[in-house]
Design a protein around this ligand. Sequence first.
Ligand SMILES: CC(C)(COP(=O)(O)OP(=O)(O)OC[C@H]1O[C@@H](n2cnc3c(N)ncnc32)[C@H](O)[C@@H]1OP(=O)(O)O)[C@@H](O)C(=O)NCCC(=O)NCCSC(=O)C[C@H](O)C(=O)O
Ligand SMILES: [Mg+2]
Length: 282
Amino acid sequence: MARPYRSVLYIPAANARAMEKAQGLPADAIIFDLEDAVSPGEKSAARDALKVALTGDYGPRARIVRINALDSAWGEDDARLCAGLDGYADAVLIPKVDSAADLDKVAALIPDTPLWAMMETPLGMLNAAGIAAHPRLAGMVMGTNDLAKELNSRFRADRLPMQAGLGLCLLAAKAHGKLIVDGVFNAFRDEDGLRAECEQGRDMGFDGKTLIHPAQLAIANECFAPTEAEVDLARRQIDAFEQASAEGRGVAVVDGKIVENLHVETARTTLDRAQAIAAMAG
Ligand SMILES: CC(C)(COP(=O)(O)OP(=O)(O)OC[C@H]1O[C@@H](n2cnc3c(N)ncnc32)[C@H](O)[C@@H]1OP(=O)(O)O)[C@@H](O)C(=O)NCCC(=O)NCCSC(=O)C[C@H](O)C(=O)O
Ligand SMILES: [Mg+2]
């Protein structure tokens, strides 16, 4: 049963209060950020604060540490910290990954922890397949702010300028069986806007959404969970298909639509997700 990643909350590692608060927040995963949410003058203190914070009890929430790029002034120190975390982090997230070679460099410094890649540069989009294929890579995170900056694109509610990049990364992640979560929605008080973007991300196939504020958690958790109707349909599809198989038929019909093997696989995934989410809630 896979762990859910419906809601993946960024927390600046310089913010000790927020890191403590996250132990009680309904997030599936937390990204402890040493990169863009931490100012250059705070980098060293943030690293120290993170080391203390990670000894806290985050329960079933996945703990992901976003380091600075290795070619920055802070990246190697961040990598050294992660190499010594002894199981206190579930993954290390590498920013601005352009190619699989960027993962090799971090993999050499951090031998054991699974790696995740920020997908947020034009080169990263073009090399998404090679990045997703990397044996140490477990997941991808869309960095839609950086991507918009690099593209010089404008914000649009339908995210039309993002679609090529989002699609390439989704295809790459799915082709290699890796997790992939959508980018952040910056207007953290705009619930309708967030819901629309979560629905779009869910429709596209993302596993969840990265978030910047606790107020965004409930909407992401709801949008990326199977609905009651989906769970009910999944059960009925499985039952109907099993009955059809027992009668020697390869196709069943539910609610006027055909159900074949592949639909049953999707139905089982839906039930697994619902079960993983229930387990998360305790
Ligand atoms: C955006 C914020 C700066 C707003 O902070 P603040 O003004 O403190 O908000 P509130 O007063 O409404 O906070 C209420 C309480 O919630 C806690 N809080 C706030 N944010 C978080 C959080 N992210 N995680 C946990 N807890 C949080 C506050 O401490 C308050 O608690 P209490 O004291 O009990 O009242 C702030 O939300 C923030 O800094 N968010 C994260 C920003 C961030 O991480 N940015 C970097 C990631 S985005 C990115 O880089 C994406 C990618 O790379 C790309 O290119 O797209
Ligand atoms: Mg970014």
